[in-house]
Design a protein around this ligand. Structure first.
Ligand SMILES: Cc1ncc(COP(=O)(O)O)c(C=O)c1O
Length: 356
């Protein structure tokens, strides 16, 4: 099994050895688990709000009693470092949460710069990263960037069916957790229950708390082996190249992406505004008829239904999302991206849209 060997970084020395992997089910349970670190009434700063997933992260922690401050930025943008610095200086925060890539808008956070900022102005604040849409397609240097938790899920760039979530936790976060005095707030998602299991796993000893979804763990193992066959630097470079190709093509077609700048755009997905005069309800079926599936928009201010599965068919949204991560990017022979972009172009002309 390779679970304990996943290295998120492109520099081999900055990877797994500094953190412990925990395994649970569904990314939202991983979010909930964060609450294990501090217990009730933690003060938190949540960066990258007005995004579906950043908001749901904040909501999840609020439910467990966290006092959350959210930073605002317009759709397609992210809060500036100056805004974050100001917030960190205004109050003392136990945690800062960052949604690395917000899957609803395709906006990319500068986790490295935020990590450095936190180390400079508020070093006791734990840095928590939602890497669901970034692990496996965006570079993350866990130790160098001063991160305390990176949580992710199996279903995106790791290329495994949904159902698993993974957390990489720093020694200092584990220590804070172990010194925590408050009562347990969860049973199944308890770090206290799962840590001994992961430690037993690392030392190849059997131990039981709950039956893991072994089929997913085997799938994860296969995927990680494939991912690690090539240097991670190559993988990240391939995602950047593919992202540039998609975004250049979108611009050439005369369409606009939600993120307002390339520097703030994710490399594993692109969110695109539906052009004037076109209905997504007409366009997506045309594209689907060419065996290409794009997801409808998910952001609640610009999509009317706020649930991912429904959003896949959310025809009333004002934008749609193209995934370009994992095998579609790393296996050029599949030609997936070009096929998808061709389907978009043909679909647009079939619904009567033409570039002026
Ligand atoms: C960035 C991000 N965070 C959190 C989640 C929630 O994950 P799950 O649906 O597995 O609970 C998702 C969903 O895909 C996501 O894209």
């Amino acid at each position: 099994m390779a679970i304990g060997k996943l290295n998120l970084s492109s520099s081999p020395e900055a990877g797994h050895s500094d953190g412990i992997w925990l395994l649970v089910i569904s990314a939202k349970r991983a979010m909930k688990r964060l609450y294990s670190i501090q217990g009730k009434w933690s003060r938190m700063l949540s960066v990258l709000t007005r995004r579906y997933f950043a908001d749901s992260f904040a909501e999840c922690l609020q439910i467990y009693g966290a006092n959350v401050t959210q930073l605002k930025a317009p759709i397609g943008e992210r809060p500036s470092l100056a805004q974050i610095e100001e917030a960190l200086k205004a109050k003392s925060y136990k945690l800062i949460t960052i949604t690395h890539v917000d899957t609803s808008t395709g906006v990319l956070s500068d986790v490295k710069a935020i990590g450095e900022l936190v180390q400079r102005v508020s070093p006791d604040t734990l840095v928590i990263v939602d890497g669901v849409c970034s692990v496996g397609c965006e570079e993350i240097n866990f130790t160098e960037w001063g991160l305390d938790v990176v949580l992710t899920a199996s279903q995106k760039a790791l290329g495994v069916p949904p159902g698993l979530s993974l957390l990489l936790v720093s020694p200092r976060a584990i220590k804070i957790f172990q010194e925590r005095k408050g009562p347990e707030t969860s049973y199944f998602a308890s770090w206290r229950k799962w840590l001994p299991i992961m430690q037993a796993y690392e030392s190849r000893k059997p131990m039981y708390f709950a039956t893991p979804p072994v089929q997913l763990i085997y799938a994860l193992n296969t995927s990680l082996k494939q991912i690690l066959q090539r240097p991670l630097t190559d993988r990240f470079a391939a995602h950047k190249k593919a992202s540039k190709m998609v975004k250049d093509y979108i611009e050439k077609l005369g369409l606009k992406t939600l993120p307002t700048s390339r520097a703030e755009s994710a490399n594993g997905m692109t969110a695109v505004w539906v052009p004037n005069g076109v209905k997504l309800a007409d366009l997506l079926p045309k594209i689907a008829s060419k065996q290409v599936v794009f997801a409808g928009g998910l952001h609640k201010e610009i999509a009317s239904i706020s649930h991912l599965l429904i959003a896949l068919a959310n025809f009333s949204a004002k934008y749609f999302r193209i995934g370009h991560m994992g095998v579609s990017v790393t296996d050029a022979e599949r030609n997936d991206l070009q096929k998808a972009l061709d389907a978009l172009k043909t679909g647009l002309s079939e619904v009567g849209w033409s570039q002026h």
